[in-house]
Design a protein around this ligand. Sequence first.
Ligand SMILES: [Cu+2]
Length: 123
Amino acid sequence: MSLWIVNFAGLAAIGLIVWWFWLSKPQAQRAASGVIDVVVDAGVYAPARIEVVAGKSVTLRFLRKDPSPCAEKVLFDDLGIAADLPIDQPVELTITPKQPGEYAFTCQMQMYRGTLVVRPDRG
Ligand SMILES: [Cu+2]
């Protein structure tokens, strides 16, 4: 009987891990105003998923709260963009993504991860 309970607990833990890593989708932030604030804190970008429209310029304003040296740069590898992020000083990156698609942005060691989703312009 106790073995059965242990197995059930193990199964529940596995289910939780699967949900956390593969099934939970962070809430996407859409570019409405042209400026999107991205906070870097506790090992994550918030929001971690940012939706913008192809061909329209948008400003990403990064604010780093995280003192870890890991957080000191943000890189958009596929877009050829890199920026230093001093602690508590907003850094504005204005970009005009041309090709729709998904572009990762990361710290320099690729441990902090976010996604820039570029939607096609529909009018
Ligand atoms: Cu890092």
